[in-house]
Design a protein around this ligand. Structure first.
Ligand code: SF4
Length: 360
């Protein structure tokens, strides 16, 4: 039944495509900030509508240089990089897609910069192609499924006149998005097994010499952890040193919420909850050798999360915490030196622990 339905829709889509041989409209999706959270959802949506999604390349030196020259000085480093990605795409697309996403939770919100960014860009660069900037906020405006349908249709009619095609694109993109999330988050059971050294997540890690590799929790915003240039290749350096990594993006939501319930205030920045919750979990359970927190220079939520993490870490010093603040002036060599010192510290601690166990 399900297949019949989707084949009917596909055939109706096919007929309308034959009538319309025009070049597909190009939607530019800057590879920065919320791209890393929502690229599956929106890429599938626009492509199923028949648009061509053009994503800017991975951040590189050219993009960074343009970003630093064009973005307001007071912006955080991640927002500055967004400017470079936008300017890279500027002459290559018919539309920009810059969602003004505030919240998908009753009380918690994401960074206010996500809401203002599209308007800021439009006012600084009036010659940009039209920006598609749907607004969604459950916390502030009580948005829910109806709002999502409205967004889907208001965007969809720019690319097709076929309402069934819009509905089909909407449903398909949400299914893919859910699948992506299911693959990204690990279950509580998986986490427990990983903590008992039953397996490793990263295929690059060798476990053949009989010793367990160092385990590090890498915490930070998804657009930092997953942007190799912005994070100064930290992930690659750790993997090259045979360090097993778990990221704050992977931790089960239940684990994060359990940690957040212990705070005597509500950490209402949605993504900062993931970061702080991961730090708290590993400080409490002591199931990693160290925690590496990537902080974005001049980020408001990170300044709160970073301070809280540092205080919690002072109370429990069994798991070392290294906080690295990243901005356009940070260098790979400087980070490498700090990372090496951190790994040396971890190694010394492990040796002390092992010798204590032998003595017992
Ligand atoms: S959360 Fe921080 S790093 Fe992210 S956009 Fe906001 S200020 Fe910048």
């Amino acid at each position: 039944m399900k297949n019949t339905h989707s084949s009917e829709i596909n055939s109706s889509i096919g007929k309308s495509e034959k009538k319309n041989n025009k070049r597909p409209l190009r939607v530019g999706f800057p590879r920065a900030l919320l791209y890393y959270k929502f690229y599956v959802l929106w890429t599938v949506f626009f492509e199923t509508l028949g648009a061509k999604v053009i994503v800017s390349p991975l951040t590189n030196k050219e993009i960074k240089d343009v970003s630093v020259k064009s973005a307001p000085d007071e912006d955080c480093y991640s927002t500055k990089l967004y400017f470079g990605h936008v300017l890279f795409l500027k002459d290559k697309v018919d539309y920009f897609f810059i969602p003004r996403f505030s919240s998908d939770h009753r009380t918690d919100i994401s960074c206010p910069k996500f809401i203002g960014l599209a308007e800021v860009l439009r006012s600084i660069f009036p010659d940009l192609p039209p920006i598609l900037m749907p607004y969604y906020s459950k916390a502030k405006d009580g948005h829910g499924k109806i709002r999502l349908f409205k967004i889907a249709y208001s965007l969809g009619f720019k690319f097709t006149k076929n309402p069934f095609r819009i509905l089909y694109s909407f449903v398909k993109s949400f299914r893919k998005y859910k699948q992506y999330h299911d693959d990204l988050y690990i279950s509580e059971d998986e986490l427990k097994r990983w903590e008992k050294d039953e397996f490793v997540f990263n295929k690059e890690i060798s476990t053949t010499d009989g010793t367990n590799p160092f385990k590090i929790a890498l915490v930070g915003h998804s657009y930092v952890i997953n942007d190799s240039y912005a994070s100064l290749r930290i992930k690659e350096m750790l993997l090259a040193d045979n360090v097993e990594i778990i990221t704050s993006e992977q931790l089960p939501k239940s684990v994060i919420e359990h940690q957040m319930s212990k705070l005597d205030f509500n950490m209402y920045f949605r993504y900062e909850r993931e970061i702080l919750g991961t730090v708290m979990h590993f400080l409490e359970n002591e199931t990693v050798d160290g925690i590496l927190q990537l902080i974005v220079f001049s980020c408001g939520p990170d300044s709160i999360g970073g301070e809280m993490a540092s205080r919690f870490s002072r109370r429990n010093q069994n798991v070392p915490l290294l906080q690295l603040t990243l901005d356009e002036l940070s260098s790979e060599a400087g980070v490498r030196t700090r990372l090496e010192a951190f790994l040396d510290l971890i190694e010394r601690r492990r040796k002390i622990k092992e010798s204590e166990m032998i003595c017992q």
